[in-house]
Design a protein around this ligand. Sequence first.
Ligand code: ADP
Ligand code: MG
Length: 266
Amino acid sequence: MKCRTIVITSGKGGVGKTTATANIAAALAQSGYKVVAVDGDVGLRNLDVIMGLENRIVYTLIDVIEGNCRLNQALIRDKRLDSLYMIPTAQSKTKDAVSAEQMEKICADLAPDFDFILIDSPAGIEAGFRNAAAGAAEALVVTTPEVSAVRDADRIIGLLESMGKSPIKLIVNRIRPEMVKRGEMLSVDDVLDILAVDLVGVIPDDKSIITSANSGEPLIFSAATKAGEAFKNISKRICGERVPFMDLFDNDGGVWASIRRFFSKG
Ligand code: ADP
Ligand code: MG
């Protein structure tokens, strides 16, 4: 299979890009694909922590670029899933430490050895976004169901289109079904009415995401959670499988459940 290179980005910061990168990478690897997650958010360096690999870092992406090591020396293999790898970035550098050309070269050099390259990036309005995204053909845009985040996502979708990324798909993160039900939160359909891209998945707001980030255990490694299921479903949809959207409303039987299921995609 030809390697697919996907940047995970957003308009607004803090909406769940790094969480999505780590969990989708792990889910794809669990399905048997050889996956590398690249931390393209230079200066923040979060991906290694969320993946629980921070103690294994010897070299970073910046070392590769500066010629301090070979590319494969910066690759960390996840001991829990042997087809999952990551390349960390450096904390001490500024966001423009990696140029677009350098990122393209890194991706081109990784491509022959992998099925998927997932690039965690800064938010689209920040410096460094264009460089992080340069090596990717495809994009996943993460938004939360807040008006400001959706508005910023719309701008970034335009930017990604002008950069020629295709397909561009949407993840709606941190949905709280009970708030949607009470009309206190935008529904997924509201978000889709505003953004002209295809939905690839919906992640509920789930405290297991916080505990999993703190312990460095991607959700698929622990007991089943709705958020973990949602990430697995996203990885299947990325691979072209038709997976029905999950019902985020708990324990509801009967007609109302099916009506709600129709409106609440997961
Ligand atoms: P970004 O990379 O876009 O800045 P992160 O992935 O670092 O965002 O997530 C920001 C914060 O939100 C983290 O503390 C993370 O644990 C939390 N978070 C992300 N998604 C969810 C979710 N679905 N439910 C609960 N907390 C979440
Ligand atoms: Mg991040």
